[in-house]
Ligand binder design. Structure first.
Ligand code: F6R
Length: 366
């Protein structure tokens, strides 16, 4: 059942090229240069008239929501707020008929997310569900939705659910951008083309596995770990830190790279590994100067870089390459090495990666 893999988590990490393909299949029609999503099409007016989109989710799904915030705002120019479902529901949120609420949930059963959409519905908002489990409570409660086609995710640490959620949300943003006219037809086509190339590029990124395992062995006994990223890759830093915490029990924090100097920089010494997402485009030069600041404080630098990068390679202790792509799609690639890094650290430490202590696959308690 683990398909020859030692753990479900590793199997699911390796299933991502297929899961992403399955998620855009039938929706991304490159030859016709269109995106077809019934749940969006049927409710186009609601989306186009929306004052804003509010995304509600928990955990890794909340991180996918944060990535989506950057993508929706960049491509479709719709204001987006991303809320922890548990905070949203308990604070008497200001919400009405011209709001669109997107709930993101792998299991479709997360109690706080379910309660958040019930509340939003009661205030007249239109609710769209992005779930993986077909027929789940959130999928049924939403007015409309789109399923991720990741297949069953068994490992408690979410991996392929995250990348397929980003895939769906990217398709939605592109579809809405086209409808609103906020993207040119050539840009739109380029996005479709690049999105279709992602599964192969994920496959490429997975090839760094042995190199990542070697890095994991060097840093597995660290007590703390910092993850930095900017823009589209800031949420990836948060997700990388969450993955490490939940399965290896090493304390980790994700931060927007530029926030480092506002506090976390005080933590940096020769015992602190810092994973920096420093792919080309996306404020690359600024991230490189962050890396220089880390280096001068003797922090250990693991750079996630674009293939062929030389600048970060010179400064960093290690680099892990991912293929080049559009900046907006880069989270689909930069996430991969972070999943593998936490997987290998947890395995080397002898932890139960598929069933970490204190965690459940679906959180149906509040
Ligand atoms: C992290 C993880 C959790 C879930 C969260 C939401 O790896 O698995 O943080 O992402 O409990 O779960 P869903 O997406 O099922 O609502």
């Amino acid at each position: 059942e683990k398909g020859g893999y030692e753990h479900f988590m590793l199997k699911e990490i390796h299933e991502q090229p297929k899961a992403i393909t399955d998620t855009y299949r039938g929706r991304l029609l490159r030859n016709e240069a269109i995106i077809k999503m019934a749940g969006v099409e049927d409710n186009m007016k609601k989306f186009l008239n929306a004052n804003r989109i509010i995304i509600v989710a928990c955990g890794t799904s909340w991180h996918a929501g944060l990535v989506a915030e950057y993508i929706f705002e960049e491509l479709a120019r719709i204001p987006v707020e991303v809320e922890y479902a548990s905070e949203f529901r308990y604070r008497n949120p200001i919400i009405g008929e011209n709001d669109v609420v997107i709930a993101i949930s792998q299991s479709g059963e997360t109690a706080d997310t379910l309660a958040a959409i019930k509340l939003a519905k009661s205030k007249g908002a239109f609710v769209f569900g992005v779930c993986n489990v077909v027929g789940s409570s959130i999928a049924r409660e939403a007015h409309a939705g789109a399923y991720t086609h990741a297949g069953p995710e068994i490992g408690v640490a979410s991996t392929k659910a995250f990348t397929t959620q980003i895939t769906i949300l990217t398709l939605m943003a592109l579809r809405l951008a086209r409808a609103k006219g906020t993207i040119s037809s050539s840009d739109f086509r380029q996005h479709l083309l690049e999105l279709e190339l992602i599964p192969n590029k994920v496959e490429q990124a997975l090839k760094s596995d042995a190199h990542i395992k070697m890095i994991a062995d060097i840093y597995k006994d660290s007590r703390n770990c910092l993850y930095l990223g900017r823009g589209f890759n800031f949420p990836v830093a948060l997700e990388g830190a969450l993955k490490l915490k939940e399965i290896s029990y090493i304390h980790a924090e994700g931060y927007p790279a530029a926030e480092m100097k506002h506090g976390p920089i005080a933590l940096i010494d020769e015992n602190m590994p810092i994973i920096v997402i420093a792919t080309k485009k996306g404020h690359y030069e600024k991230v490189v100067s962050n890396i220089q600041e880390i280096k001068s404080r003797k922090g250990k630098i693991i750079g996630i870089v674009t293939e062929g990068d030389t600048q970060v390679r010179e400064l960093a202790d290690h680099v892990i390459e991912v293929p080049d792509t559009l900046e907006s799609l880069s989270p689909l690639l930069t996430t991969i090495p972070l999943q593998l890094l936490s997987y290998h650290i947890a395995v080397l430490l002898g932890k139960n990666v598929d069933q970490p202590r204190n965690l459940a696959k679906s959180v149906t308690v509040e």
